[in-house]
Design a protein around this ligand. Structure first.
Ligand SMILES: Cc1ncc(COP(=O)(O)O)c(C=O)c1O
Length: 383
């Protein structure tokens, strides 16, 4: 068990968890770490949540897999609940397996529906690593894209620049795609006025609006989706990460008119909408509602903002539980120091932003542990 056969494409942390309970991870030596990063925003209900675990175990015992060639009650239930959770006007669900796959399908739908060839994206955006999703991820061509060309024309617009956006969205534009709060970029939150101007620019040009809610979705901002947070209804919304609470899955949620044009065979996925994923989705959405986790996110997020801006942390951006803590020294150094104090946080593509993506079940007492650890680290120069 050396790990020597894994491709070394991921920088790894000096901590090897073997189990988790609630918001804590534990390694083989019994060292417990408070996880404020949630495995890149996936562990929305934390670890070992009884309801989620039971739902997946029961479904595994009942029927581990069947494809979309047969109708399944659990798939219908997951789609009904997800459509009810999504903003009004988004009624039809197509299940996939990941965030990139959701975006890939949403982009294809937008290009086909409009018959146009250009996608407008935001500078610093991250949408995934497949051919289409990577094409609209900022700087990917210089860093990792690898494909000889992008599958459509792409124009990037500076964040919050309404004039540049209005100029870019024209009669060739199939869609604008935007993360309501840019996750990988360090929890950069767009101005509400810019989000609304984006909707208006799309309407004026006959382009579609895609919200990439792979990271912001499923309650992370203290609302069901970022669309609700910014009061902007997209034509297509993509989500993944916390949707299955750790079970891999994603979804494209769309307006009924877009779905109405789709013929059998227009979209497809072997594993998308599999029963285990759907059982997990139902459990996640039910748990959020039952425990009023959206209100908890808003309340506990405010406590982070109120009590954790000192020492190495000079400011906080983002919303809900997608927060970027601006650090006076490199965020990776602060992250390492926090881990020595048994707190796991993440970094971002901004070297001076530490990213927090905790589970929706995080409580005030856990924030107090973060504040305490930040106090212990002090504001000395970190190595
Ligand atoms: C906003 C956003 N979109 C898409 C993706 C890609 O998701 P996945 O890694 O599940 O393909 C990510 C992943 O970090 C993301 O943050």
């Amino acid at each position: 068990m050396s790990g020597a056969h894994l491709n070394e494409v991921y920088p790894t942390l000096p901590y090897k968890p073997v189990s988790g309970a609630g918001v804590y991870l534990e390694d083989a030596d019994g060292r417990r770490v408070l996880d404020l990063y949630g495995g890149h925003a996936v562990a929305g209900l934390g670890y070992g949540h009884p309801r989620l675990t039971e739902a997946v175990v029961n479904q595994a015992q009942q029927l581990m897999f069947q494809s979309n060639a047969v109708t399944m009650r659990v798939r219908d239930e997951a789609a009904d609940k997800l459509a009810a959770f999504a903003p009004d006007g988004l009624e039809r669900v197509f299940f996939v397996n990941s965030g990139a796959e959701a975006n890939e399908n949403a982009l294809r739908l937008a290009l086909q529906a409009t018959g146009r060839g250009k996608i407008v994206a935001m500078e610093h955006a991250f949408h995934g690593r497949t051919a289409a999703a990577g094409a609209i991820s900022w700087n990917s061509r210089d860093r990792w894209y690898g494909f000889p060309q992008t599958p459509f024309d792409v124009e990037f617009v500076p964040r919050n620049d309404e004039a540049a956006l209005a100029a870019a969205v024209d009669s060739d534009t199939a869609a604008v795609i935007i993360e309501p709060v840019q996750g990988v970029a360090g929890a950069f939150d767009f101005a509400a006025s810019f989000m609304q101007a984006t909707r208006s620019a799309c309407d004026a040009a006959g382009a579609l609006l895609i919200l990439d809610e792979v990271q912001t979705g499923v309650g992370r901002l203290g609302k069901p989706f970022g669309a609700d947070f910014f009061n902007v209804t997209p034509d297509l919304l993509t989500t993944a990460k916390a949707l299955g609470g750790g079970f891999p899955c994603g979804a494209v949620i769309m307006r009924a008119e877009l779905a109405a044009d789709l013929q059998p065979g227009a979209l497809g996925s072997t594993f998308g909408g599999g029963p285990l994923a759907c059982a997990a989705i139902v459990a996640v959405l039910d748990t959020i509602a039952e425990y009023d986790l959206l209100a908890q996110v808003t309340e506990v997020s405010a406590r982070i903002a109120d009590t954790c801006t000192f020492g190495h942390v000079t400011g906080i951006q983002g919303a809900g539980f997608l927060l970027g803590l601006r650090t006076a020294q490199r965020a990776a150094l602060v992250r390492n120091a926090l881990l020595e104090h048994n707190i796991l946080a993440g970094t971002s593509s901004d070297p001076y932003i530490l990213r927090l993506l905790p589970a929706l079940i995080l409580e005030s007492k856990h924030v107090d542990s973060l504040a305490e650890a930040l106090k212990e680290i002090g504001d000395e120069t970190l190595q």
